[in-house]
Design a protein around this ligand. Structure first.
Ligand code: NDP
Length: 435
């Protein structure tokens, strides 16, 4: 099985162009975003003028060198999360069966790891053992270290994929760039039970989102003696989102990120660097821009955000309950309408059920709408003085629209005429009645 299987849904020229652009532009972008948020008042114009005047030399000067303290923070955090992943008890969960017939087995201890991490972090601050402001004050150095450290980690994944793959779900496309970018192994592990993608995606990336959200809040509190209502709304919504993620973590192990995307730059570098920097960026901006929304507006935004997170959760849950019960469940109080889609893998004919009612009857990827709206609601407390806090919302919209295309193409080639039937029944891709 080729690593590029199902990936090159765009033309080869566009695929190579986007891979090389993302490989070369994402690292400097992370640094520029951090610099603009923390040192240029969140103003792209200010950073642009600086770069125009100072050129490449100026850019190299603002790029922080990875410091010893940055490496120390990353090492302690990474080791702590890896230890929790290995040690904490959890239910045995089986992932979906792969095209080569392999079924990964996990220990579902994400919620416990999340709880222990936040309680430990907040306690360290409360009992004055470690002040999270140190993390904020060295954020640029931390991102810089993460950028280089994660690139080296992706090289390790590439070599491991070639010389010591953990399962049959591995292989080379024959092209170095594609193998490095998309990855070689679907389920790389260290030993029998330390799952690398669970570590990079869930325990390092997603956990850092919650840890940094709390860090930004504490930094604003330490700097101003209080936390603004805008920051409170932002932090609460991001924490509700991450809590939902851990509540549903075993479900995440059935999604494209884990079951289809291999461990390479796209997923692993993304989770190790892009999530801690870009995903948390609205909160990073608010640290130095405390907006007072007033109780009523703050509550409206909070409730709207929580509602979107709930709907997104309910969409995922509906699909998974439907699959788990083999269609023998109630969808919005009624028996589900469905398509029995047969497909062939490794010479064997199998059947999957496609839900065509409930959220999945509105559009084929309706769940992306509340996901994008939730991100808008945790950003809007920053109001509209600058564009940059909205970068994540724009990025997420592009990512999910591209993902809908990738997923549709994959399902079309998997289910053939049955997917066509689904598309006839549910004609819209994401936004009912529009797209
Ligand atoms: P999923 O993998 O959960 O769902 C898509 C898969 O579900 C398809 O590949 C297909 O897989 C199956 N499927 C498709 N249509 C149906 C149907 N009608 N009935 C039953 N099964 C169906 O999607 P995602 O991984 O994209 O999303 C999971 C969650 O993660 C969402 O909440 C999303 O918003 C979130 N997300 C967040 C991102 C972020 O950066 N913040 C990025 C990406 C996702 P099969 O082969 O099994 O049929």
């Amino acid at each position: 099985m080729g690593a590029a299987e199902g990936k090159t849904v765009h033309s080869p020229a566009l695929t190579y162009f986007s891979m090389i652009s993302l490989l070369s532009l994402c690292p400097p972008f992370v640094i520029l975003l951090w610099y603009t948020m923390v040192h240029a008042d969140g103003s792209i114009v200010q950073t642009w003028n600086f770069l125009k005047k100072q050129g490449l030399q100026g850019f190299l000067e603002i790029w922080p060198r990875p410091s010893a303290i940055a490496w120390k923070i990353i090492f302690v955090y990474g080791t702590f999360e890896a230890a929790l992943q290995l040690i904490l008890p959890g239910k045995r969960v089986e992932g979906p069966i792969s095209p080569t017939g392999h079924r990964p087995v996990y220990k579902a201890n994400g919620m416990a790891a999340y709880f222990v991490t936040l309680v430990t972090y907040i306690s360290l601050w409360w009992f004055e053992i470690f002040n999270p402001t140190v993390v904020y004050d060295h954020l640029g150095e931390i991102y810089s270290a993460l950028i280089f450290g994660s690139l080296i980690f992706c090289v390790f994944l590439y070599i491991k994929g070639h010389v010591a793959p953990s399962s049959t779900d591995s292989g080379s496309s024959g092209n170095l760039i594609i193998d490095f970018y998309w990855g070689m192994e679907l389920y790389p592990r260290i030993g029998k039970s330390f799952d690398i993608k669970v570590f990079t995606n869930c325990r390092f990336g997603m956990m850092s989102w919650a840890v940094l959200a709390v860090t930004y809040c504490i930094k604003q509190y330490e700097a101003n003696g209080k936390v603004s209502d805008s920051m409170l709304v932002n932090t609460t919504l991001m924490l509700v989102y991450v809590t939902k993620f851990y509540w549903w973590e075993a479900g995440y192990w059935n999604t494209m990120d884990i079951a289809h995307d291999r461990a390479g730059f796209y997923i692993c570098w993304g989770c190790l660097v892009w999530v801690p920097s870009i995903y948390t960026s609205p909160g990073m901006y608010l640290v130095n821009h405390p907006v007072n929304l007033g109780t009523q507006l703050a509550l409206y935004i909070l409730v709207a955000g929580i509602l979107c997170i709930y709907i997104n959760y309910d969409c995922d849950k509906q699909r998974q309950e439907f699959r788990r019960t083999n269609g023998k469940c109630k969808i919005w109080g009624k028996a589900p309408s469905k398509i029995e889609a047969t497909y062939t893998t490794s010479g064997e004919t199998k059947t999957s059920l496609l839900l065509t009612s409930g959220w999945w009857g509105l559009a084929r990827h309706f769940h992306y709408v509340p996901e994008i709206l939730a991100a808008f609601f945790w950003t809007v407390p920053a109001l509209f003085n600058h564009f940059l806090p909205y970068f994540y919302v724009v990025f997420l919209t592009i990512l999910l629209f591209d993902r809908a295309k990738r997923d549709d193409d994959r399902c079309r080639s998997k289910y053939g005429k049955y997917w066509k039937l689904y598309c006839n029944k549910v004609p819209y891709k994401i936004i009912p009645g529009i797209y």
